[in-house]
Design a protein around this ligand. Sequence first.
Ligand code: E4P
Length: 217
Amino acid sequence: MKFFIDTANLEQIKEAQALGILDGVTTNPSLMAKEGINGETNVKQHYVDICNIVDGDVSAEVIATDFEGMVKEGEALAALHEQIVVKIPMIKDGVKALKYFSDKGIKTNCTLVFSAGQALLAAKAGATYVSPFIGRLDDVSTDGLNLISEIRLIYDNYNFETEILAASVRHTMHVIDCAKIGADVMTGPLSSITGLLNHPLTDIGLAKFLEDHKKNA
Ligand code: E4P
């Protein structure tokens, strides 16, 4: 399972990269705004900065919602760096744009996916990644993990190559459950990754080992 971090914060990306287990980064317009990154030039430079930190795919989202606009923006984003993956919303023109980029060999991430039908369309259009938002489904009392299971079944039935990128991951149990189901990738905050480290028995055991070692010193 690949681990992506879902942030535009360079320090957090550096911290995850330094762990040695980071496979990529996802961003979205809200995450960019949270870091105070605005204006086309600054946004583009920020994507390049992220690419220079991480060794893997970096999703950069288009703002346009019409086919021509998405193609123009997506091509400009893809030209920024070889690690850029063009992030396209799951709307009608978005499906057309996914097919366009797929035919051109440009990687895509289909975002804002909330149903198995949408995921099927994204795969048919040749998306590199499909991003079902599990946390946001949980927020409205709908089982986000069940959607991951449904998409896994459908993709396996037809050997679709689109990778399931479990998005809107909120905590460590989401990560573990997605791994059990067989999501190809998860993207979440740094805490959902570093939280996997924690176990009180590890801390207690290590303290005891160090204490016993001192006795023999
Ligand atoms: C995915 O690519 C999105 O950036 C993200 O996972 C959204 O997560 P949120 O629901 O925590 O905003």
